[in-house]
Design a protein around this ligand. Structure first.
Ligand code: URA
Length: 187
């Protein structure tokens, strides 16, 4: 039932024309993964490879994400991965306020269906979009709770590809996440 609803939602997302990003896309990227793991990963927006294949995090940032997940002891196929906006912004620019606002209905519906125990936020765009908070440096590497939802915040893997210090922080955060998940499992 839940599978069916998520599948239908993905179909609706693929047909969405609610904002101008839909006009530039090859494929929308609804997200993919396991429904019942209790973990949802939220990035920013699809890039070129994601737009071509219709899957999240399959380009360079995705490769780093895979390494981070391995460090955190997470099997990628065990979690659900999506983005704040489901269509690629031109030239990979950040999604603007209107695009984020328009696309939020899809992410909200996914969260309502998945009911994740923990949402892993990748980067400041997703942080702001989901929690209204802006200061990633104060929040990364630990669990925070806002409005009854638990979040683990970390930097965006693309930032880790650009800056060595962020890559190091990302791996430190991933190690923390591993401990946190072990603790949550035993609860
Ligand atoms: N960056 C994102 O935020 N999401 C993707 O799917 C790929 C790169």
């Amino acid at each position: 039932m839940k599978d069916r609803k998520l599948y239908d939602l993905a179909e609706d997302i693929r047909k969405c024309t609610s904002c101008p990003l839909s006009r530039g896309r090859t494929l929308a990227v609804p997200g993919e993964g396991k429904i019942d793991s209790g973990i949802l990963i939220v990035g920013e927006a699809p890039g070129a490879e994601e737009d071509r294949l219709g899957q999240p995090f399959v380009g360079r940032a995705g490769k780093l994400l895979n390494e981070l997940l391995e460090t955190a002891g997470i099997d990628r196929s065990d979690v659900f991965i999506t983005n704040c906006v489901k269509c690629r912004p031109p030239k990979n620019r950040n999604p603007n306020t209107l695009e984020l606002k328009t696309c939020k209905k899809w992410l909200d519906s996914q969260i309502a269906l998945l009911k994740p125990k923990l949402i892993i936020i990748l980067g400041r765009v997703a942080l702001k979009n989901l929690t209204g908070k802006e200061k990633i440096k104060d929040l990364h590497g630990k669990v925070s709770e806002f409005d009854g939802q638990k979040y683990f915040v970390t930097y965006h893997p693309s930032a880790g590809l650009r800056f060595k210090w962020i890559k190091e922080v990302l791996f430190e955060d991933a190690k923390n996440l591993k401990k946190i998940l072990a603790h949550l499992k035993n609860k």
